[in-house]
Design a protein around this ligand. Structure first.
Ligand SMILES: Nc1ncnc2c1ncn2[C@@H]1O[C@H](COP(=O)(O)OP(=O)(O)O)[C@@H](O)[C@H]1O
Ligand SMILES: [Mg+2]
Length: 402
Protein backbone atom coordinates (compact mmCIF):
# COMPACT_ATOMS: atom_id res chain seq x y z
CA UNK A 1 0.00 0.00 0.00
CA UNK A 2 1.35 3.42 -0.90
CA UNK A 3 1.64 6.21 1.65
CA UNK A 4 -1.52 8.01 2.78
CA UNK A 5 -2.39 11.46 1.48
CA UNK A 6 -3.31 13.68 4.42
CA UNK A 7 -6.04 16.20 3.80
CA UNK A 8 -7.86 18.95 5.70
CA UNK A 9 -11.40 19.96 4.73
CA UNK A 10 -12.43 23.62 5.02
CA UNK A 11 -16.02 24.81 4.63
CA UNK A 12 -18.19 27.08 6.77
CA UNK A 13 -21.12 24.64 6.50
CA UNK A 14 -20.68 21.68 8.81
CA UNK A 15 -22.96 19.44 6.74
CA UNK A 16 -20.76 20.06 3.68
CA UNK A 17 -17.64 19.09 5.61
CA UNK A 18 -19.33 15.90 6.80
CA UNK A 19 -20.47 15.14 3.29
CA UNK A 20 -16.98 15.55 1.88
CA UNK A 21 -15.51 13.33 4.59
CA UNK A 22 -18.08 10.66 3.75
CA UNK A 23 -17.25 10.86 0.04
CA UNK A 24 -13.71 9.65 0.65
CA UNK A 25 -13.94 7.68 3.87
CA UNK A 26 -13.39 4.40 2.07
CA UNK A 27 -10.45 5.58 -0.03
CA UNK A 28 -7.53 3.60 1.36
CA UNK A 29 -4.86 6.13 0.34
CA UNK A 30 -6.59 9.33 1.52
CA UNK A 31 -7.01 10.32 5.16
CA UNK A 32 -8.88 13.37 6.48
CA UNK A 33 -6.68 14.55 9.38
CA UNK A 34 -8.53 17.74 10.22
CA UNK A 35 -11.19 20.24 9.34
CA UNK A 36 -11.93 23.93 9.75
CA UNK A 37 -15.07 26.08 9.56
CA UNK A 38 -13.30 29.28 8.46
CA UNK A 39 -10.32 30.51 6.47
CA UNK A 40 -8.42 31.83 9.49
CA UNK A 41 -8.93 28.54 11.34
CA UNK A 42 -7.81 26.71 8.19
CA UNK A 43 -4.50 28.58 8.19
CA UNK A 44 -3.92 27.65 11.84
CA UNK A 45 -4.82 23.99 11.23
CA UNK A 46 -2.62 23.82 8.11
CA UNK A 47 0.33 25.24 10.04
CA UNK A 48 0.00 22.78 12.92
CA UNK A 49 -1.19 19.58 11.19
CA UNK A 50 0.85 20.09 7.98
CA UNK A 51 -1.52 18.19 5.65
CA UNK A 52 -0.50 17.42 2.06
CA UNK A 53 -3.69 18.95 0.70
CA UNK A 54 -6.29 21.45 1.90
CA UNK A 55 -9.69 21.17 0.21
CA UNK A 56 -11.22 24.60 0.74
CA UNK A 57 -14.46 26.40 -0.08
CA UNK A 58 -13.95 29.61 -2.04
CA UNK A 59 -16.78 31.55 -0.42
CA UNK A 60 -16.78 31.80 3.35
CA UNK A 61 -17.89 34.53 5.74
CA UNK A 62 -14.95 36.65 6.90
CA UNK A 63 -11.78 35.79 5.02
CA UNK A 64 -12.48 33.98 1.74
CA UNK A 65 -10.69 31.01 0.21
CA UNK A 66 -8.67 33.20 -2.16
CA UNK A 67 -7.05 35.27 0.60
CA UNK A 68 -6.46 32.11 2.62
CA UNK A 69 -4.77 30.51 -0.40
CA UNK A 70 -2.46 33.51 -0.71
CA UNK A 71 -1.55 33.45 2.99
CA UNK A 72 -0.99 29.70 3.03
CA UNK A 73 1.43 30.01 0.11
CA UNK A 74 3.86 31.67 2.52
CA UNK A 75 2.71 30.43 5.94
CA UNK A 76 2.04 26.78 5.11
CA UNK A 77 4.00 26.32 1.88
CA UNK A 78 3.97 22.52 2.06
CA UNK A 79 0.17 22.30 1.61
CA UNK A 80 -1.38 22.24 -1.84
CA UNK A 81 -4.83 23.78 -2.07
CA UNK A 82 -7.84 22.52 -3.99
CA UNK A 83 -10.59 25.11 -4.17
CA UNK A 84 -14.27 24.19 -4.17
CA UNK A 85 -16.83 26.47 -5.74
CA UNK A 86 -20.19 26.58 -7.43
CA UNK A 87 -20.40 26.98 -11.21
CA UNK A 88 -21.31 30.68 -11.08
CA UNK A 89 -18.01 31.68 -9.47
CA UNK A 90 -15.76 31.37 -12.52
CA UNK A 91 -14.12 34.76 -12.01
CA UNK A 92 -13.31 33.91 -8.36
CA UNK A 93 -11.91 30.64 -9.54
CA UNK A 94 -9.51 32.36 -11.88
CA UNK A 95 -8.31 34.51 -8.99
CA UNK A 96 -7.93 31.46 -6.75
CA UNK A 97 -5.74 29.73 -9.32
CA UNK A 98 -3.61 32.87 -9.65
CA UNK A 99 -3.35 33.01 -5.83
CA UNK A 100 -1.76 29.57 -5.99
CA UNK A 101 -4.54 26.97 -5.79
CA UNK A 102 -3.47 23.79 -7.58
CA UNK A 103 -6.87 22.64 -8.75
CA UNK A 104 -10.57 23.26 -8.33
CA UNK A 105 -13.75 21.27 -7.98
CA UNK A 106 -17.19 22.44 -9.00
CA UNK A 107 -19.84 21.67 -6.40
CA UNK A 108 -21.50 19.25 -6.27
CA UNK A 109 -18.80 16.70 -7.06
CA UNK A 110 -18.61 12.95 -6.68
CA UNK A 111 -16.27 10.96 -4.47
CA UNK A 112 -14.45 9.78 -7.58
CA UNK A 113 -13.89 13.37 -8.78
CA UNK A 114 -12.61 14.41 -5.37
CA UNK A 115 -10.23 11.50 -4.92
CA UNK A 116 -8.95 11.85 -8.48
CA UNK A 117 -8.19 15.57 -7.93
CA UNK A 118 -6.52 14.83 -4.57
CA UNK A 119 -4.31 12.10 -6.04
CA UNK A 120 -3.38 14.16 -9.09
CA UNK A 121 -2.42 17.25 -7.09
CA UNK A 122 -0.49 15.11 -4.63
CA UNK A 123 1.50 13.40 -7.40
CA UNK A 124 2.22 16.70 -9.16
CA UNK A 125 3.36 18.31 -5.94
CA UNK A 126 5.66 15.45 -5.09
CA UNK A 127 7.19 15.68 -8.54
CA UNK A 128 7.59 19.42 -8.16
CA UNK A 129 9.12 19.14 -4.70
CA UNK A 130 11.68 16.70 -5.93
CA UNK A 131 12.32 19.04 -8.85
CA UNK A 132 11.61 16.20 -11.23
CA UNK A 133 9.77 16.11 -14.51
CA UNK A 134 7.94 13.14 -15.91
CA UNK A 135 11.17 11.81 -17.40
CA UNK A 136 13.04 12.34 -14.18
CA UNK A 137 15.17 15.26 -15.39
CA UNK A 138 15.70 18.20 -13.07
CA UNK A 139 13.64 21.00 -14.50
CA UNK A 140 11.68 24.08 -13.54
CA UNK A 141 8.07 24.55 -14.61
CA UNK A 142 7.74 25.67 -18.23
CA UNK A 143 7.78 29.29 -19.29
CA UNK A 144 4.66 30.81 -20.88
CA UNK A 145 5.38 33.27 -23.68
CA UNK A 146 2.29 35.00 -25.04
CA UNK A 147 2.14 36.84 -28.34
CA UNK A 148 -0.39 39.61 -27.95
CA UNK A 149 -1.59 42.81 -29.55
CA UNK A 150 -4.57 45.12 -29.40
CA UNK A 151 -4.82 44.93 -33.20
CA UNK A 152 -5.68 42.14 -35.62
CA UNK A 153 -3.54 41.42 -38.66
CA UNK A 154 -0.29 42.69 -37.12
CA UNK A 155 1.49 39.32 -37.30
CA UNK A 156 0.73 37.61 -33.97
CA UNK A 157 0.10 34.20 -35.49
CA UNK A 158 3.06 34.62 -37.83
CA UNK A 159 5.33 35.34 -34.86
CA UNK A 160 3.82 32.74 -32.51
CA UNK A 161 4.17 29.87 -35.00
CA UNK A 162 7.69 30.81 -36.10
CA UNK A 163 8.86 31.38 -32.55
CA UNK A 164 7.54 27.98 -31.47
CA UNK A 165 9.17 26.23 -34.41
CA UNK A 166 12.44 28.12 -33.78
CA UNK A 167 12.51 27.05 -30.12
CA UNK A 168 11.63 23.47 -30.99
CA UNK A 169 14.30 23.16 -33.68
CA UNK A 170 17.18 24.92 -31.93
CA UNK A 171 16.80 23.53 -28.41
CA UNK A 172 16.30 20.03 -27.07
CA UNK A 173 13.32 21.28 -25.06
CA UNK A 174 9.71 20.25 -25.46
CA UNK A 175 7.63 23.12 -26.81
CA UNK A 176 3.85 23.58 -26.66
CA UNK A 177 1.96 26.02 -28.87
CA UNK A 178 -1.55 27.01 -27.77
CA UNK A 179 -4.02 28.66 -30.11
CA UNK A 180 -6.02 30.87 -27.75
CA UNK A 181 -7.69 32.66 -30.67
CA UNK A 182 -10.67 30.51 -29.77
CA UNK A 183 -13.04 31.74 -32.47
CA UNK A 184 -10.85 32.17 -35.51
CA UNK A 185 -7.57 30.53 -34.62
CA UNK A 186 -5.38 29.66 -37.55
CA UNK A 187 -2.24 28.27 -35.95
CA UNK A 188 -3.01 24.83 -37.41
CA UNK A 189 -3.39 26.36 -40.87
CA UNK A 190 -0.06 28.19 -40.59
CA UNK A 191 1.60 24.87 -39.70
CA UNK A 192 -0.31 22.81 -42.28
CA UNK A 193 -1.84 20.61 -39.58
CA UNK A 194 -5.22 18.95 -39.50
CA UNK A 195 -5.90 18.54 -35.78
CA UNK A 196 -8.23 15.71 -34.81
CA UNK A 197 -8.78 17.23 -31.37
CA UNK A 198 -8.85 20.82 -30.12
CA UNK A 199 -9.02 22.72 -26.86
CA UNK A 200 -12.84 22.46 -27.05
CA UNK A 201 -12.50 18.66 -26.77
CA UNK A 202 -9.92 18.95 -24.03
CA UNK A 203 -12.14 21.03 -21.74
CA UNK A 204 -14.64 18.17 -21.64
CA UNK A 205 -11.95 16.23 -19.78
CA UNK A 206 -10.75 19.20 -17.76
CA UNK A 207 -11.61 17.77 -14.34
CA UNK A 208 -9.23 14.87 -14.79
CA UNK A 209 -6.58 16.78 -16.73
CA UNK A 210 -3.06 15.46 -16.28
CA UNK A 211 0.04 14.90 -18.45
CA UNK A 212 -1.43 11.85 -20.17
CA UNK A 213 -4.80 13.41 -20.89
CA UNK A 214 -3.12 16.55 -22.23
CA UNK A 215 -1.05 14.42 -24.61
CA UNK A 216 -4.30 13.00 -26.01
CA UNK A 217 -5.55 16.39 -27.19
CA UNK A 218 -2.44 18.00 -28.63
CA UNK A 219 -1.39 17.58 -32.25
CA UNK A 220 2.15 16.59 -33.12
CA UNK A 221 4.03 18.99 -35.38
CA UNK A 222 7.40 17.34 -34.93
CA UNK A 223 9.38 15.48 -32.31
CA UNK A 224 9.70 18.55 -30.07
CA UNK A 225 6.60 20.61 -30.84
CA UNK A 226 2.98 19.94 -29.90
CA UNK A 227 0.05 22.17 -30.80
CA UNK A 228 -3.15 22.65 -28.83
CA UNK A 229 -5.44 23.82 -31.61
CA UNK A 230 -8.33 26.27 -31.44
CA UNK A 231 -11.90 24.93 -31.74
CA UNK A 232 -13.01 24.09 -35.27
CA UNK A 233 -16.22 26.15 -35.08
CA UNK A 234 -16.39 29.70 -33.64
CA UNK A 235 -19.44 28.85 -31.51
CA UNK A 236 -17.40 26.22 -29.61
CA UNK A 237 -15.22 29.03 -28.24
CA UNK A 238 -17.81 29.73 -25.54
CA UNK A 239 -17.27 26.33 -23.96
CA UNK A 240 -13.75 27.37 -22.95
CA UNK A 241 -13.80 29.48 -19.77
CA UNK A 242 -11.04 31.58 -18.19
CA UNK A 243 -10.64 28.95 -15.45
CA UNK A 244 -10.23 26.24 -18.10
CA UNK A 245 -7.45 28.19 -19.82
CA UNK A 246 -5.78 28.77 -16.48
CA UNK A 247 -5.82 25.07 -15.73
CA UNK A 248 -4.67 24.03 -19.20
CA UNK A 249 -1.70 26.40 -19.09
CA UNK A 250 -0.81 25.30 -15.58
CA UNK A 251 -0.71 21.65 -16.59
CA UNK A 252 1.23 22.47 -19.77
CA UNK A 253 3.96 23.97 -17.58
CA UNK A 254 4.61 20.50 -16.18
CA UNK A 255 5.15 18.99 -19.61
CA UNK A 256 6.63 21.69 -21.87
CA UNK A 257 9.63 23.88 -21.21
CA UNK A 258 8.34 26.64 -23.46
CA UNK A 259 4.67 27.31 -24.04
CA UNK A 260 3.87 29.82 -26.76
CA UNK A 261 0.34 31.24 -26.78
CA UNK A 262 -1.28 32.93 -29.76
CA UNK A 263 -4.10 35.32 -28.85
CA UNK A 264 -6.92 37.59 -29.99
CA UNK A 265 -6.78 41.38 -29.87
CA UNK A 266 -9.02 41.87 -26.84
CA UNK A 267 -8.95 42.09 -23.07
CA UNK A 268 -11.65 39.44 -22.63
CA UNK A 269 -11.71 37.32 -19.48
CA UNK A 270 -10.07 34.45 -21.35
CA UNK A 271 -7.31 36.72 -22.61
CA UNK A 272 -6.78 38.16 -19.12
CA UNK A 273 -6.31 34.60 -17.82
CA UNK A 274 -3.69 33.99 -20.47
CA UNK A 275 -1.93 37.29 -19.81
CA UNK A 276 -1.95 36.78 -16.03
CA UNK A 277 -0.46 33.31 -16.41
CA UNK A 278 2.27 34.50 -18.80
CA UNK A 279 5.91 34.88 -17.86
CA UNK A 280 6.57 37.02 -20.89
CA UNK A 281 4.17 38.96 -23.14
CA UNK A 282 5.37 39.94 -26.60
CA UNK A 283 3.27 42.89 -27.69
CA UNK A 284 3.24 43.15 -31.46
CA UNK A 285 3.02 46.56 -33.11
CA UNK A 286 3.13 47.79 -36.67
CA UNK A 287 4.04 51.14 -38.22
CA UNK A 288 0.55 52.56 -38.80
CA UNK A 289 -1.06 55.14 -36.56
CA UNK A 290 -4.17 53.14 -35.50
CA UNK A 291 -1.98 50.23 -34.39
CA UNK A 292 0.44 52.51 -32.53
CA UNK A 293 -2.48 54.19 -30.75
CA UNK A 294 -3.90 50.81 -29.70
CA UNK A 295 -0.52 49.49 -28.56
CA UNK A 296 -0.12 52.59 -26.43
CA UNK A 297 -3.49 51.84 -24.82
CA UNK A 298 -2.43 48.24 -24.39
CA UNK A 299 0.72 49.29 -22.50
CA UNK A 300 -1.38 51.52 -20.24
CA UNK A 301 -3.75 48.67 -19.43
CA UNK A 302 -0.84 46.33 -18.70
CA UNK A 303 0.53 48.93 -16.32
CA UNK A 304 -2.82 49.18 -14.55
CA UNK A 305 -2.79 45.37 -14.24
CA UNK A 306 0.49 45.82 -12.33
CA UNK A 307 2.50 43.69 -14.70
CA UNK A 308 6.18 44.25 -14.04
CA UNK A 309 8.04 45.90 -16.95
CA UNK A 310 10.25 42.82 -17.42
CA UNK A 311 7.12 40.80 -18.25
CA UNK A 312 6.55 42.88 -21.39
CA UNK A 313 8.54 43.18 -24.60
CA UNK A 314 7.57 45.24 -27.61
CA UNK A 315 7.98 43.70 -31.04
CA UNK A 316 7.75 45.80 -34.18
CA UNK A 317 6.56 43.87 -37.20
CA UNK A 318 6.95 44.98 -40.81
CA UNK A 319 9.36 47.60 -39.54
CA UNK A 320 10.43 48.89 -42.94
CA UNK A 321 6.88 49.64 -44.09
CA UNK A 322 6.79 52.95 -45.98
CA UNK A 323 4.36 55.42 -44.46
CA UNK A 324 6.07 58.53 -43.23
CA UNK A 325 6.71 57.39 -39.65
CA UNK A 326 10.10 56.12 -38.50
CA UNK A 327 10.91 53.63 -35.75
CA UNK A 328 12.38 56.24 -33.39
CA UNK A 329 9.15 58.26 -33.57
CA UNK A 330 7.09 55.19 -32.72
CA UNK A 331 9.36 54.36 -29.77
CA UNK A 332 9.10 57.91 -28.56
CA UNK A 333 5.33 57.92 -28.68
CA UNK A 334 5.15 54.54 -26.89
CA UNK A 335 7.87 55.64 -24.44
CA UNK A 336 9.44 52.21 -24.81
CA UNK A 337 12.07 50.67 -27.09
CA UNK A 338 11.34 47.68 -29.32
CA UNK A 339 13.18 44.52 -28.26
CA UNK A 340 12.90 43.10 -31.74
CA UNK A 341 12.05 44.51 -35.14
CA UNK A 342 10.97 42.19 -37.94
CA UNK A 343 11.28 43.41 -41.52
CA UNK A 344 8.39 43.51 -43.94
CA UNK A 345 8.99 40.61 -46.32
CA UNK A 346 5.81 39.79 -48.19
CA UNK A 347 7.41 37.18 -50.42
CA UNK A 348 8.99 35.05 -47.69
CA UNK A 349 6.12 35.45 -45.21
CA UNK A 350 3.29 34.86 -47.65
CA UNK A 351 4.99 31.91 -49.34
CA UNK A 352 5.58 30.34 -45.94
CA UNK A 353 1.95 30.73 -44.90
CA UNK A 354 0.66 29.44 -48.21
CA UNK A 355 2.95 26.40 -48.06
CA UNK A 356 2.28 25.85 -44.37
CA UNK A 357 6.03 25.84 -43.63
CA UNK A 358 7.16 28.50 -41.14
CA UNK A 359 9.90 30.72 -42.57
CA UNK A 360 12.34 29.91 -39.78
CA UNK A 361 12.54 26.40 -41.26
CA UNK A 362 11.72 27.14 -44.92
CA UNK A 363 13.97 30.21 -45.27
CA UNK A 364 16.24 30.18 -42.21
CA UNK A 365 18.66 32.65 -43.80
CA UNK A 366 16.03 35.32 -44.60
CA UNK A 367 16.39 38.46 -42.42
CA UNK A 368 12.88 38.00 -41.00
CA UNK A 369 13.81 34.44 -39.91
CA UNK A 370 17.11 35.60 -38.45
CA UNK A 371 15.27 38.14 -36.28
CA UNK A 372 12.81 35.56 -34.97
CA UNK A 373 15.68 33.14 -34.29
CA UNK A 374 17.46 35.91 -32.40
CA UNK A 375 14.33 36.48 -30.28
CA UNK A 376 13.99 32.73 -29.67
CA UNK A 377 17.64 32.61 -28.60
CA UNK A 378 17.11 35.43 -26.09
CA UNK A 379 14.22 33.42 -24.60
CA UNK A 380 15.97 30.05 -24.56
CA UNK A 381 19.36 31.40 -23.34
CA UNK A 382 21.45 28.40 -22.19
CA UNK A 383 19.20 25.85 -23.96
CA UNK A 384 20.02 27.38 -27.32
CA UNK A 385 22.00 25.14 -29.62
CA UNK A 386 22.34 27.53 -32.53
CA UNK A 387 23.93 26.10 -35.60
CA UNK A 388 25.39 23.09 -33.81
CA UNK A 389 22.45 20.81 -34.19
CA UNK A 390 21.62 21.97 -37.70
CA UNK A 391 25.10 21.17 -39.02
CA UNK A 392 25.08 17.55 -37.84
CA UNK A 393 23.49 14.74 -39.82
CA UNK A 394 20.79 14.39 -37.18
CA UNK A 395 19.95 18.06 -37.48
CA UNK A 396 19.77 17.87 -41.27
CA UNK A 397 17.57 14.80 -41.14
CA UNK A 398 15.38 16.46 -38.57
CA UNK A 399 14.97 19.46 -40.80
CA UNK A 400 14.12 17.32 -43.79
CA UNK A 401 11.66 14.99 -42.15
CA UNK A 402 10.69 17.55 -39.44
N1 LIG B 1 6.88 40.60 -41.47
C1 LIG B 1 5.91 40.43 -42.37
N2 LIG B 1 6.10 40.73 -43.67
C2 LIG B 1 5.10 40.57 -44.56
N3 LIG B 1 3.89 40.11 -44.27
C3 LIG B 1 3.62 39.80 -43.00
C4 LIG B 1 4.62 39.92 -41.98
N4 LIG B 1 4.07 39.52 -40.81
C5 LIG B 1 2.80 39.15 -41.08
N5 LIG B 1 2.52 39.31 -42.39
C6 LIG B 1 1.23 39.01 -43.05
O1 LIG B 1 0.22 39.73 -42.40
C7 LIG B 1 -0.97 38.98 -42.35
C8 LIG B 1 -1.50 38.92 -40.94
O2 LIG B 1 -0.63 38.16 -40.13
P1 LIG B 1 -1.14 37.29 -38.91
O3 LIG B 1 0.06 36.66 -38.32
O4 LIG B 1 -2.26 36.41 -39.34
O5 LIG B 1 -1.68 38.46 -37.97
P2 LIG B 1 -2.57 38.35 -36.61
O6 LIG B 1 -2.40 36.98 -36.07
O7 LIG B 1 -2.02 39.42 -35.73
O8 LIG B 1 -3.98 38.65 -37.00
C9 LIG B 1 -0.66 37.62 -42.93
O9 LIG B 1 -1.13 37.55 -44.23
C10 LIG B 1 0.84 37.54 -42.92
O10 LIG B 1 1.32 36.79 -44.00
MG1 LIG C 1 -3.89 35.53 -35.64
Amino acid sequence: MSEQIKIVVVDDVEATRENIKKLIEFEPDIEVIGEAPSASEAIRVAKTLKPDIVVMDINMPGMDGISATEIMATEAPGCAIIIMSVQAEQEYLRRAMIAGAKDYLNKPFSGAELSQAVRQVYTNERKRKRGLTVEGKTEEPGKIITVFSTKGGVGKTTLATNLAVALASRTEAKVGLVDADLQFGDVALFLNLLPRTTIADLVRDIDSLDDKILERYVTEYNEHLRVLAAPVRPEQADTVTPAHIEKVLRSMRDVYKYIIVDTTPSFSEVMLSVLDASDLILIVSAMDLPTIKNVKLCLEIMESLNYPPEKLQLVLNRANTEGGIDVAEVEESLRQRFSVTLPNDGKVVMTSVNRGIPFVSGYPEAPVSQRVLHLAKSIATSDWQGEKERQGVVGKLRRLIG
